[in-house]
Design a protein around this ligand. Structure first.
Ligand SMILES: NC(=O)c1ccc[n+]([C@@H]2O[C@H](COP(=O)([O-])OP(=O)(O)OC[C@H]3O[C@@H](n4cnc5c(N)ncnc54)[C@H](O)[C@@H]3O)[C@@H](O)[C@H]2O)c1
Length: 328
């Protein structure tokens, strides 16, 4: 039996635990949350022993792995506690709020060669694996994407955690959410950005107390291998829609990231791929397999790579705020 503990039992932890319940030989052994109502409701749904202090949970339980699903300000101490007890850890994105803390955590993980994943979910999705295979050895020419969500509408603001609207707590729309797309652009192009430029506005929900994030941002990236990308991200759209188009040497793809499917053409032939299971399911399957086998090939995102994605989100935020192109 693989015994797991979960720190932070809110929205995404529920998604992960639903997926973990479909994997045989997994026991959700312990849950930890500082919010007692949240903890009680998740204990009722998923079982396990409950804790309000992760240190106590880690000290008292014999765990094979831990999922860290707290807001990004809660990263260093739980990661350190897992390192001290030698427990592999899955860390939700973003890797931290500030780059300084991110670098401190990266150095700690590296110094102990500690086994871990960072949850950039698209890297693990089954529907994108055939795309990654096609891209091996082929040049991408361009990437164009959009991520539309309703998060600035009043109903959504009542539903979503306040941290997402405050850049100092989460990185805001770019640092918390567009970072999935930025990470995917880095993963697909196998490159880092050389230059970025971005523009933003707040027409639906002006900035004010508690709202420091832009609500609509357009940005462009020039990658260091010459690939160019442009992305439009908004929280002022009444529906969710996440789509990426990419094209290059003998291929073109339309990735419907919100619906876990891809269409396109490769060398003149129609191409299709889809994933039936919930989007994050392969990520949890691979984390459990990693705990059992320690196969390094399962680690598609580690902390040192994740903070490169985070650094890029900060450069984009900087470009938007200062209205200038940033050279990296
Ligand atoms: N990969 C994805 O697709 C995805 C999707 C949603 C959220 N996330 C990320 O997951 C993280 C959590 O997001 P969420 O939407 O689940 O937030 P949430 O607010 O719903 O849940 C976070 C939980 O952590 C708890 N918590 C806070 N500090 C704690 C502490 N010190 N010890 C124990 N528990 C603590 C809170 O009480 C809360 O219940 C964020 O970093 C977010 O960006 C990732």
């Amino acid at each position: 039996m693989t015994r797991l503990g979960v720190i932070g039992t809110g929205g995404i932890a529920g998604v992960h635990m639903d997926n973990l319940k479909t994997i045989s030989g997994v026991e959700i052994a312990a849950l930890c949350d500082i919010n007692p109502e949240q903890l009680t409701s998740k204990l009722e749904s998923y079982g396990g022993r409950g804790y309000n202090d992760f240190r106590e949970m880690i000290a008292q339980e014999a765990l094979d792995g831990v999922l860290l699903c707290t807001p990004p300000a809660v990263r260093y101490e739980p990661i350190k506690a897992c390192i001290e007890k030698g427990i592999p850890i899955f860390v939700e994105k973003p890797p931290s709020v500030t780059l300084e803390e991110g670098e401190k955590i990266r150095d700690l993980l590296q110094a102990h060669q500690h086994p871990h994943f960072v949850g950039f979910v698209f890297r693990w999705t089954r529907f994108l694996q055939p795309v990654f295979e096609v891209l091996k050895g082929r040049q991408i020419y361009g990437i164009q994407s959009h991520y539309f969500a309703d998060m600035m509408f009043p109903e959504a603001r009542a539903r979503c955690s306040h941290i997402y609207y405050d850049k100092a707590l989460s990185g805001g729309m770019i640092g918390d959410q567009a970072l999935h797309i930025i990470d995917l652009i880095r993963w697909l192009s196998q490159a880092d950005a050389r230059r970025v430029t971005g523009f933003g506005n707040n027409f639906l929900c002006p900035k004010g107390p508690g709202i420091t994030t832009e609500e609509t941002v357009a940005f462009q990236l020039q990658m260091d291998n010459g690939v160019v990308a442009n992305h439009l991200h908004t929280w002022a759209f009444p529906r969710w829609e996440i789509v990426m188009n990419l094209f290059g040497q003998g291929f073109n793809f339309r990735l419907n990231l919100g619906e876990s499917k891809v269409t396109g053409q490769v060398d003149g032939k129609e191409f299709e791929a889809a994933q039936e299971s919930q989007m994050h399911c392969p990520l949890m399957e691979d984390f459990v397999e990693f705990i059992r086998t320690r196969n390094p090939e399962l680690v598609k995102s580690d902390y040192s790579d994740a903070i490169k994605t985070q650094a890029l989100t900060q450069a984009i935020n900087q470009s938007v705020e200062q209205e200038k192109m940033i050279d990296l």
